[in-house]
Design a protein around this ligand. Sequence first.
Ligand SMILES: Nc1ncnc2c1ncn2[C@@H]1O[C@H](COP(=O)(O)OP(=O)(O)OP(=O)(O)O)[C@@H](O)[C@H]1O
Ligand SMILES: [Mg+2]
Length: 319
Amino acid sequence: MQTIRAPLRYSEPSPFLETNAHDINISAPSSTFNNVGRHQYNITNHIHPSTGALAGSPSHVAPFNDAPVDQLSVHFTGRKNELALIAEAFQKRQGQNVPSRCVLFGNQGVGKSQLTYAWANATYLREENSYILWISATTVEKLYQGFSRLLRFIEHPDRSHHDENVRLEAARRWLEKVKTGNWLLVMDNVFPETLDFLRQSLPRQNGCGTILFTTRTERVALALASTAGERHTVIEVPLLDIKAGVELFYGHFESGTTDLSSAKVEAIVMAVGRLPLAISHAAGFMMESHSSLDDMLELYQSGQKINVSLFYEFSLQSC
Ligand SMILES: Nc1ncnc2c1ncn2[C@@H]1O[C@H](COP(=O)(O)OP(=O)(O)OP(=O)(O)O)[C@@H](O)[C@H]1O
Ligand SMILES: [Mg+2]
């Protein structure tokens, strides 16, 4: 089994969504789009109005993007290398009649879901995927809900069936049969408890499909990557490299508003362990509390990192 550990690389200065949009090709129809909000890309999940849709029929269904891409950070930074690895993993398996899989694993807050939103969004915008399904895989209950939601999207005749197993089977069959466009199924945050359920319920046919999983542990990742004697790609999502971390920190400030010495920002990025979640919190805290970089460094060096994060969470909640 191949586990890819992406080498740390300095990222390009501009975000992937602007710079990398033409790096990767696959194929598929239709798209529209987006709006920028305060801290997040504010993108409404939607269905293309293009086909008018004889619902539920695999040959007549309107394209849709059901990923919560409105949660994609407006400061999305780096990850060029990982995006290229995902593209490579899916491209490698084109031409087979089974959905290709790729599994991302990494610690909590390292940015797996952000990377996945970016991938899902970019492939939809590039019209490589017509259908994006996003399902939280932390519990079996959420998986049932996710597959039922898919049936509602396609207005499947079994969408209101009282038996959840009938609904699940109908969703799987639709994914296995649909030929009107490529689909991406995201299984976000797979917990060990849902592995058995996933083994039984994921679509097993259809070369138009790709499945992207995220999970926190390598053990679960390896289990997800082995199916029917096949081995799919596993990619470890690392901490941000320093340059991307600094870029993420800077992204929170309008240029020219604050004097941000890069050596001090680097020191802060290192102090929070290059964890994107913590970098965003540190930048947010600095802005909210009108602190200087020296204040921030003093805080971090005095071992009060946890308090800073908590304060920031608290200040956001009380806004
Ligand atoms: N590439 C990135 N660019 C900018 N910000 C990022 C990036 N990756 C992560 N973040 C920030 O870190 C936060 C946590 O990221 P994310 O939710 O993707 O982590 P995760 O690995 O999916 O964690 P979990 O295991 O808890 O699901 C995001 O809300 C965002 O603020
Ligand atoms: Mg996540």
